[in-house]
Ligand binder design. Structure first.
Ligand SMILES: [Zn+2]
Length: 85
């Protein structure tokens, strides 16, 4: 995956703002909220989406683009236990 695939544009869901900012998406964890640099509101991901990029960005997050299972944060307790082992 090239680095361009990790550059997403987050679009502020605040209807009076809708500011767009370019953000590099993390690949090692899911970003569950972000703070708009224009209106300073913090936006959590939508219910059912795995992260703010799936909810508000112009492209889905890396884990949704790839064939890997979704984000580490949604692994079951058993899988987390295996990773720690
Ligand atoms: Zn905003």
């Amino acid at each position: 995956m090239n680095s361009n695939a990790l550059l997403a544009t987050l679009i502020c869901p605040n209807p009076t703002c809708q500011h767009q900012q370019s953000v590099m998406m993390p690949t090692t964890f899911c970003q569950l909220s972000y703070t708009c640099e224009a209106c300073s509101m913090t936006h959590a991901h939508k219910r059912g989406d795995c992260c703010v990029f799936c909810s508000y960005a112009d492209k889905p997050c890396p884990s949704m683009q790839g064939e890997d299972a979704c984000c580490p944060s949604v692994l079951s307790d058993e899988e987390i236990f295996l990773m720690q082992g």
